[in-house]
Write a protein that binds this ligand. Structure first.
Ligand code: GLN
Length: 447
């Protein structure tokens, strides 16, 4: 605990943590020590973990890196976080992220961007940016984040660590601030695949507080990490010839595929005809869900309330105009538009249908192949505040991560070397729904 507290204090410039809990962490450590001595310690004894600022922990501030939740403290602990505590994890603090997890750079945080430890003028990725930097810069052993369209995988790729999103519904979302409920999953940012497996094993499983969570039994993932000798691996050729894909990332991905072939795996190009539709489908559906989920922040029940209001309408308008940042406002407007009576069928209904096609095709590929392998991101970490980047190009950069989110299947990003500037490259692997054991075993063998 002292080691991590020192590293946090020494690297405040990286803006990874919004709040640190030194006294609580020390007290937890003492309690865990006693349990270790008595032989009663849990599976995560001594594991020092940080929480993205979207996870409810009783009595602790919870803000989703937004002004609109200023002063809000959670009244309860979410299921996943409670399960970490029950297995004697030590929670060290609350981590910076994009506002309401909307973004891919951590720049939309009300608290300013987190910084990539390898190049502090560059983003760590997002939305779980602070959580990724914290692991990258040894400020905690692991972080718990959330992934709606890539938010643990993309920052993991930018920071050179492991980012893992389980199957949709594998981990209870009770106590996770909602962005787009049919996509949101809790995920992990770790140094190793073994840690990801252990954390999944602890957090996954049925829960009376989330009616959408899977009832499937939870395997002992951490005990099932032996890879098979031969896998069937597919890769989407079109992904590798996308304009905008950094040639060094392409080369690194192709080299890995070649290496896998050399190891005796079946490696084949596959067709996926919907690549151009996945980003538009994702942004129509997630903004629609977000516009509904975020209607609860009205200045009455939670956090920030604008001063000088005259009536109920001005309370809503002023609170929401002042409380939400520009990216969140943009998405609420977009989502409200696609749900509006005259456009609902043209956008929302259409996007639901396209989602179904994408899911069916992805599921089919993942029946024919054990895994799909592709880059995690089209670029490496970019500069903070870069003028050349507009909103649309940021959305389009999610091209490789949102397929797994639309399909609800598990996906992991593992480090795949560095580019010529020394910036990390990520490799992503997708598996069929609930095939986390195989996915983690294979990912662990990619060293
Ligand atoms: N970059 C994506 C978005 O902004 C993903 C975010 C996420 O997974 N929370 O929606």
């Amino acid at each position: 605990v002292e080691h991590y507290l020192n590293n946090i204090a020494r690297q405040e410039n990286l803006n990874a943590f919004l709040e640190v809990w030194p006294e609580e962490a020390r007290a937890q450590a003492v309690a865990v020590d006693a349990k270790l001595a008595a032989g009663t310690a849990g599976k995560l004894a001594g594991m020092v973990i940080g929480l993205k600022d979207v996870l409810a922990y009783e009595g602790h501030a919870l803000q989703s890196s937004s002004r609109i939740l200023d002063g809000f403290k959670s009244l309860f602990t979410g299921t996943a976080v409670q399960r970490l505590l029950d297995e004697d994890a030590i929670l060290i603090g609350r981590q910076n992220c994009d506002e309401f997890a909307m973004g891919a750079s951590n720049e939309s945080s009300y608290f300013g961007p987190a910084r990539n430890a390898l190049a502090p003028d560059r983003v760590p990725g997002g939305s779980s940016g602070g959580s990724a930097v914290a692991v990258q810069a040894d400020m905690c052993l692991a972080s718990i984040g959330s992934d709606t369209g890539g938010s643990v995988r993309q920052p993991a790729a930018f920071c050179g660590i492991v980012g893992f999103k389980p199957t949709y519904s594998r981990i209870s979302r009770y106590g996770l601030v909602a962005y787009a409920s049919s996509f949101d999953q809790i995920g992990t940012l770790t140094r190793s695949v073994e840690d990801a497996a252990l954390l999944l094993e602890v957090m996954a499983g049925s829960d009376q507080f989330d009616s959408t969570v899977s009832q499937q039994p939870v395997p002992a993932y951490s005990q099932e990490l032996t890879p098979a000798l031969q896998y069937r691996i597919g890769y989407i050729q079109d992904c590798l010839v996308r304009p905008g894909l950094n040639p060094e990332i392409k080369a690194a991905t192709e080299a890995t595929l070649e290496q896998l072939r050399g190891q005796g795996h079946v490696v084949e190009a596959v067709e996926f005809p919907y690549l151009d539709f996945i980003v538009p489908t994702y942004y129509i559906l997630t903004t629609a869900e977000a516009s509904s989920n975020l209607s609860r922040y009205d200045g009455v029940k939670f956090g920030y309330r604008a001063p000088d209001v005259t009536d109920l309408e001005s309370l809503y308008k002023k609170t929401r105009s002042q409380g939400f940042g520009p990216e969140v406002q943009r998405r609420i407007i977009l989502g409200t538009f696609v749900l509006s009576a005259s456009y609902y069928d043209a956008y929302y209904t259409k996007a639901q249908r396209v989602r179904r096609l994408i899911k069916e095709k992805t599921d089919e590929l993942l029946r024919d192949y054990d895994f799909l392998v592709l880059p995690t991101t089209p670029t490496t970490a970019f500069k903070i505040g870069d003028e050349d980047r507009d909103t649309l190009s940021m959305y389009l950069a999610d091209i490789f991560t949102v397929q797994a989110s639309l399909a609800g299947v598990p996906a992991i990003s593992v480090p795949n070397g560095l580019d010529s500037q020394g910036l990390p490259i990520g490799l992503q692997v997708l598996a069929g729904a609930f095939r986390e054991s195989q996915l983690l075993a294979f990912a662990g063998s990619l060293k």
